[in-house]
Structures are given as structure tokens and as C-alpha cells.
Design a protein around this ligand. Structure first.
Ligand SMILES: *[C@@H]1O[C@H](CO)[C@@H](O)[C@H](O)[C@H]1NC(C)=O
Ligand SMILES: *[C@@H]1O[C@H](CO)[C@@H](O)[C@H](O)[C@H]1NC(C)=O
Length: 288
């Protein structure tokens, strides 16, 4: 009995060592915590979820995801990623969610922002010293329909400028040495519902302005107003209501609002329209 039990344990260990990643469900692969140094290239090609969190990946090479174009969710948190080769994420046109938090990234790969399905981006706890500067060369508006962005604890002194984000609902930029932040930043985020700016270094009066803007316009975050400015330093600040009004009538804000209520027609919709039109045309042609 004991030997059978021992053999079972042994086989399970061997399986863990040899097989590595396990498949859970038809399209989900779990490679959590397996000491991988690279993205394994022997996983099922049709995988929609790959969990590679807590491995030892340092570099993402350009071919890393070329096989996995059906991916919708990719977890890469808790690795040691320092560098991502240009174009690495480009093939992932179905990717909706990526978690690349807790790595050593100095910037974000710009191809992420042009993924046509990307809604959720966790990139917190990196050291993004180069991000603000790199974003200057990003073509805007971006095509990723971002709804959730987490850049908490990324050593940022400003909120990253991604241009107009008509779908962005949740922004988390807490635990950053934010100090340069400008109210204009918010004119490109007209659909914001929640914002976490706690543990910032924004000067008190500027922080109050942002809090006022958030409280006035983004009604769902009313409670945030009191939470993210340093309450101990209560001092009289100039009344900046006109400044806030200026944001709400700015062309960027108007454009954001327009895009929010008139989302661009997706490729899929165009294909459906095309097929339907072709069908109708065919019907017209073959009916006597
Ligand atoms: C923002 O992100 C930090 C770090 O990931 C997290 O601890 C915090 O709870 C988040 N805030 C919200 C409101 O989710
Ligand atoms: C808004 O407040 C800042 C200080 O927080 C001040 O320097 C600026 O002049 C004010 N602007 C207006 C239009 O009152």
C-alpha cells in the first residue's frame, strides 16, 4: 500500500516536472509559478487564457505569442520582465485583458495600445521612468478600447497621456509621486466612473481642484473627493470653478463625449454589413 502511495506521489511529481503547464477547461492553460524563463511554445494553439504569472521571464521575444492569436486573457504578473521586443503583442488582436503588473518594466510596449480588443490593462508595480516620455511618440487616439487602467505604484510624476479615452471607466494611479498633474489630463477621460489617486504628491490646492472636478463631474466618485487630498493641510485655496468649466467645454472633452456616444464601427460589423449586402445583391440577381 505504502509503495503504491509512494509511486503515486512520484508520478505526480514527474508529471509536474515534465508536463509543466496544465490545461484547465478546453481553452485555458495554467503555467503559474513554474520557473519558466520563456513563454512555452508547446501549449494549445487555440488557448484563450494563458496564466504565466510568477515565472522567471526576463525578456518577451517577438515570437513569444505568435502561435497564440486566440488569446483573450494573458497573465504575466510577478515575473522579472525588463524588456519587451517591439511587435511582441501585435498578433494578439483578440486580447481583452493583460496583467503585466509587478515586473521591472521602465515603459509599456506601445503596441499594446493599438490592440483592437484590449479593455483591461494591469501594469501596476513597475518602474516606469520612461513611460511619460515614450508616450509622446504614440499615435493618438489609440485604438485599444481601454476601460480599466492600473498604473499604481509605477514611479510616475504625471498621469500618462494616452490621448482621448472615450471608454475609460476606471483609472488607478495611486502610490505614485504625482506632482505635475494637470487638470487638462481629465478632459480626455469623459466617461470616468472611479479614480484612485491616493498616496500622491500633488500640492494641496491643485489636489483640491482635481477633487472638485472629480466630485462635480464624475458623480460616482463623490466619496473619493475627501480621500485623496492631504486633509491635514487645510488652507484656503483660490476658487477655480471657472477652470473646471473650461475643461468641460474643451474640444478634447467634447470629442471624447462624441466618441463615447458614437463608437466607431468595428471591423466585425463592417464584415456583417458586407456579407448581408452581398446576399441581398445575389438574391436580386438570381430572382427573375
Ligand atoms: C489600485 O491599485 C493598487 C495596487 O494594485 C491597489 O492596492 C488598490 O486597491 C487599487 N485601488 C482600487 C480602488 O482598486
Ligand atoms: C487656480 O489655482 C491655482 C493654485 O492652485 C492658481 O495658481 C491659479 O491661478 C488658479 N486659477 C484661476 C483661474 O483662478
Amino acid at each position: 500500500m505504502n509503495t503504491a502511495f509512494g509511486t503515486l506521489i512520484f508520478l505526480l511529481c514527474i508529471k509536474q516536472l515534465v508536463v509543466g503547464c496544465t490545461q484547465s477547461g478546453k481553452l485555458s492553460v495554467n503555467c503559474y509559478g513554474l520557473n519558466h524563463y520563456e513563454v512555452p511554445q508547446n501549449l494549445i494553439k487555440s488557448a484563450e487564457v494563458i496564466n504565466l504569472a510568477r515565472n522567471r521571464i526576463k525578456v518577451l521575444q517577438v515570437y513569444a505569442f505568435q502561435r497564440y492569436t486566440n488569446l483573450k486573457v494573458l497573465k504575466l504578473y510577478d515575473n522579472m520582465i525588463l524588456h519587451v521586443e517591439e511587435g511582441t503583442f501585435e498578433p494578439l488582436t483578440n486580447l481583452e485583458e493583460i496583467d503585466i503588473s509587478n515586473n521591472g518594466l521602465r515603459t509599456l510596449p506601445l503596441d499594446l495600445f493599438n490592440l483592437p480588443s484590449l479593455r483591461i490593462l494591469y501594469s501596476d508595480s513597475n518602474r516606469m521612468f520612461d513611460l511619460i516620455n515614450d508616450l509622446l511618440s504614440l499615435e493618438k487616439p489609440i485604438s485599444a478600447p481601454l476601460e480599466y487602467l492600473n498604473v499604481a505604484d509605477c514611479k510616475l510624476d504625471d498621469i500618462p497621456d494616452l490621448g482621448i479615452l472615450p471608454k475609460l471607466k476606471h483609472l488607478n494611479a495611486s502610490s505614485n509621486p504625482l506632482s505635475k498633474i494637470s487638470l487638462d489630463t481629465f478632459s480626455s477621460m469623459c466617461a470616468l466612473e472611479s479614480i484612485d489617486l491616493t498616496k500622491n504628491q500633488i500640492p494641496y490646492c491643485e489636489c483640491q481642484e482635481i477633487a472638485d472636478l472629480v466630485a462635480m463631474h464624475y458623480t460616482k466618485t463623490l466619496s473619493d473627493r475627501l480621500s485623496f487630498c492631504d486633509k491635514d493641510k487645510v488652507s484656503k485655496c483660490p476658487d477655480n470653478i471657472t477652470l473646471i468649466d473650461k475643461i468641460l467645454v474643451s474640444s478634447e472633452y467634447q470629442q471624447c463625449n462624441y466618441l463615447h456616444s458614437h463608437p466607431p464601427i468595428s471591423k466585425k460589423t463592417w464584415i456583417i454589413i458586407g456579407v448581408c449586402l452581398a446576399g441581398i445583391l445575389l438574391l436580386v440577381l438570381i430572382t427573375p
